[in-house]
Design a protein around this ligand. Structure first.
Ligand code: C2E
Ligand code: CA
Ligand code: CA
Ligand code: CA
Length: 281
């Protein structure tokens, strides 16, 4: 038995070693991903739950590595955050998205206020140069004011509250709209939430997926809707996958949704085709 135990421990060590080595090597590969053009953006439609129109898109990052294949952002964003790559790749994503939106606004004037929402990591928000960089990117892209959104998570908005509050106020003055992502999964106090200069609450998909089956998820979303109403915030439900969920959300007064039921994240050309087919010029 002792013999077997040792073997198992050795196997475990070896497995850990492989994992650690893979992580370390992915870290190195990620350092070059930007210059080697391995990163790209996809666009997931944000749809009106009242009339089905496309109100905008969330921008999501993809990494196709020649060595590791396509890696999920849930895996590579943490690596980027730990290795210092989050700031440059985050800036790159914002630049790309602004440029893309400006192009679409020129090509399809009828899209009006259609927006793009870019995810921002806590690492970026805590950089003292973040605001200045964002301002430069926005200015040089020439996108219409009020059409770019930034999504930040509750946890990132809680790190260094004073600095965050100041940065967010400055960003709002630039005409950016701000969304609080994954709402309900963090620990922000209501008092803090009330003071944050945000426009949109994104209800985390964990709650949306319980709609119709889980009574407490339903109650939690109802509370979030009441809170959003009091604070005059727009609400977006994430991870909408069924018609039943749409019906519940409509009943509760949620006006926007995102999810596989409407569309997965789309390649640039696919998103553009959707814009062309849904806007009359
Ligand atoms: P997130 O910001 O909460 O993005 C929503 C995630 O849910 C996306 O996963 C999206 O593809 C997925 N999703 C959309 N509809 C559905 C649905 O109906 N059901 C389910 N189960 N999932 C759905 P993705 O693209 O894998 O991104 C994962 C996370 O990685 C994002 O979560 C975000 O936190 C992070 N991320 C992605 N791109 C960026 C980026 O450019 N910058 C930063 N800082 N983080 C990013
Ligand atoms: Ca998001
Ligand atoms: Ca989210
Ligand atoms: Ca999420």
């Amino acid at each position: 038995a002792k013999e077997r135990g040792r073997n198992r421990a050795e196997i475990y060590d070896a497995a850990m070693q492989i994992k650690l080595t893979r992580h370390a090597r992915m870290d190195v590969a990620l350092r070059f991903a930007l210059e080697r053009n391995e990163l790209s953006l996809v666009y997931q439609p944000k749809v009106s739950l009242t009339d089905g129109s496309v109100e905008g898109f969330e921008v999501l990052m993809r990494w196709d590595s020649p060595e590791y294949g396509s890696i999920s952002p849930s895996d590579f964003i943490p690596i980027a955050e730990a290795s210092g790559m989050m700031v440059p790749i985050g800036i790159w994503a914002l630049e790309q998205a602004c440029r893309q939106l400006a192009t679409w606004q020129q090509r399809y004037p009828g899209i009006g206020k259609m927006s793009l929402a870019v995810n921002v990591s806590m690492r970026q928000l805590l950089q003292t140069t973040f605001f200045t960089q964002v301002r430069e990117i926005l200015d040089s892209s020439g996108v219409r004011p009020g059409t770019m959104e930034l999504e930040l998570t509750e946890t990132s908005a809680m790190a260094n509250p004073m600095q965050t509050m100041e940065t967010l106020s400055l960003l709002k003055k630039l005409g950016l709209r701000l969304a609080l992502d994954d709402f309900g999964t963090g620990y922000s106090s209501l008092a803090y939430l009330q003071r944050l200069p945000i426009d949109i609450l994104k209800i985390d998909k964990a709650f949306v997926q319980g709609l119709g089956s889980n009574q407490s998820d339903m109650e939690i979303i109802r509370l979030m809707m009441a809170l959003a109403k009091t604070l005059h915030l727009e609400t977006v439900a994430e991870g909408v996958e069924t018609m039943a969920q749409i019906e519940e959300l409509q009943k509760m007064g949620c006006t926007l949704g995102q999810g596989y039921l409407f569309s997965p994240p789309l390649l640039t050309a696919e998103a553009e085709a959707l814009i062309r087919s849904t806007h009359v010029f």
